[in-house]
Design a protein around this ligand. Sequence first.
Ligand code: ADP
Ligand code: MG
Length: 696
Amino acid sequence: MGKINDIFASAVFNDECMKKTLPEATYLALKKTIQDGKSLDISVANEVANAMKNWAIQKGATHFTHWFQPMTGVTAEKHDSFISTSKDGKIIMEFSGKELIKGEPDASSFPSGGLRATFEARGYTAWDPTSYAFIKDGTLCVPCVFCSYGGEALDKKTPLLRSVEVISEQALRVLRLFGENDVKRVVTTVGPEQEYFLIDKDLYDRRKDLVFCGRTLFGAPPPKGQELDDHYYGSIKPRVSAYMKELDEELWKLGILAKTEHNEVAPAQHELAPIFSLTNTATDHNQLTMEIMKKVAIKHNLVCLLHEKPFSRVNGSGKHNNWSLSTDTGKNLLEPGDSPHDNAQFLVFLCAVIKAVDEYQDLIRISAASAGNDHRLGGDEAPPAIISMFLGDELTEILHSIEKEKNYSNVDKTEMEIGVHVLPHFPKDTTDRNRTSPFAFTGNKFEFRMIGSSFSISGPNIVINTIVAEELKQFADYLETADNFKTAINTLIKKTIKEHKRIIFNGNNYSKEWENEAKNRGLLNLTDTVEALPYFISEKSINLFTSHKIYTEAEMRSRYEILLENYCKVINIEALTLVEMVKKDIIPAVSAFNKHLSETIIAKRTVSDKIDVSVEETLLVRLSELNAKAFDKVIALEKAANGVMDFKNITEASKYFRDIILQGMTELRNFIDEMEANTDSKFWPYPTYTELLFNI
Ligand code: ADP
Ligand code: MG
């Protein structure tokens, strides 16, 4: 344990470091800036920069970078060394307040969705002092936001920080009505559970689809999949265990609270869960976690796959976004309390979430939409594309009894203050049973389970924070003007349950019946990214985000373009990769095997025409047929993927990629998988699913 204490956050310039290295006045000025969200005074910045530099150099760092989160979904950095020359020509190590606060990376190659014409290529990065600087690979990383010359957000961080402010503001209004006057801020907390696959690097290097696309584009099913459930929580193999150990240590150095590591359902699949933290930190940390996972894997000659569906027919990988609201005084607002008063407050916040999820199903769905995640959602392993909420039987019954003004059976009738009963606590094990629900209440938090494993959690949390803020705003508007607070609370809760209970579903979300039932309830079923994304620029969505100043309309339209463009590009790369693999390797390999079969038949016949050649003949006929079909398909796919794409707009283009290109890939894949299953493994040019999944 001593060791963990020594390394934990050793690479982070955190509050403790600041306190130790900064003059007291500077430290206090910085803290105040962070708390008030004001911009930093240059003299303070100079002192902080200097302290940071000295700390970093003493830890062996030579460079610094503004570390930010552009719309690529991964983090970006541009390294500068601390080196500078002094007047007498000597080398000195410098890092000024100006360099700390603001950077101007040449940003022309980051996606901006038309927000920044290339001639005005400058983007600005600005230090976000609410996230601590840290050292990674000998470089001092300064967490930053990233915006255009005109001030529009070009990153995933800026709107997230805005949403955190907005929900705090609205939640505070509600808390004031409940007399919670000592609360100064409401924060959102997030604990993202991260799934991933580990495969052998030598095998990975031999599959162009994994290298270029992060997923296999074909592969015959292995004889054994996950049907025995023997991998889930199974004992961890030494090579994986060594990886997890090193990963934990690297994450701890960065102050990341890596807590649980276990095997997941699919073979070669694992999960890492951190202890939850503030949304901003959790988002930075999850980005870092994904990066470090990949880096550490290479050291063990492994590759960490973060794609949502690296292999067909085995589970894909997701990310569970555990989300809650709490006060700066440490009270979790989604935790039922001990008194009727506390429970009334709990129910108001719960109702805000219920109403938010029902009214903005589309935005929640969009926050988990991508080309990769389309392969996963609804696949009997992940929530379906339909948004619903799990509350558990107990809480659902309580809501039902409030709506119908009946007494909840387990509760003493006398406890009726503010129209709300004393609620029982909901221990995790009674509420966390339903793993099929996209949005599950788990005792004191919600678990959003649709997000893809490679996603930044920023997008989903921007949506959750904003939609809940909007409902809290509506509630506060109503309650602030009510004559009788208790009656108003009662009316509000009842009305919300009545109008939005359709979103609550405690049953099996994977079942066909639910699909029908959801349709009857009028819930949205946006099956894929192409269906879902246009809702992002609906009038309703634009009103929501612009009224809370999370995005401007221009920012939203640009993000829409970026997301759909990304969808098209991903599929295009996949198609071109598949074409190359099939034309250059698979068709020739099957031809070679066919030649071998023909030669065998001829050789046998030369000896005697009484020798049975039926096996070779059957295989030769079928494989020749498949090879011919595959060839036709691959030529058509190549043409489609390289075709002149003269679309009116990106929405039209995305339909083409889904309906023509992706569909063509699926059809081609079916032939390939059958060819693989029938070809001598000595001839097959690629590592198979069996090798990839069961080799570690
Ligand atoms: P599971 O059954 O889903 O594995 P856990 O109890 O392990 O449940 O919790 C999963 C995640 O939820 C962890 O990352 C944990 O830190 C996080 N979590 C717990 N409480 C909160 C909270 N109040 N807000 C946000 N995340 C939380
Ligand atoms: Mg979970």
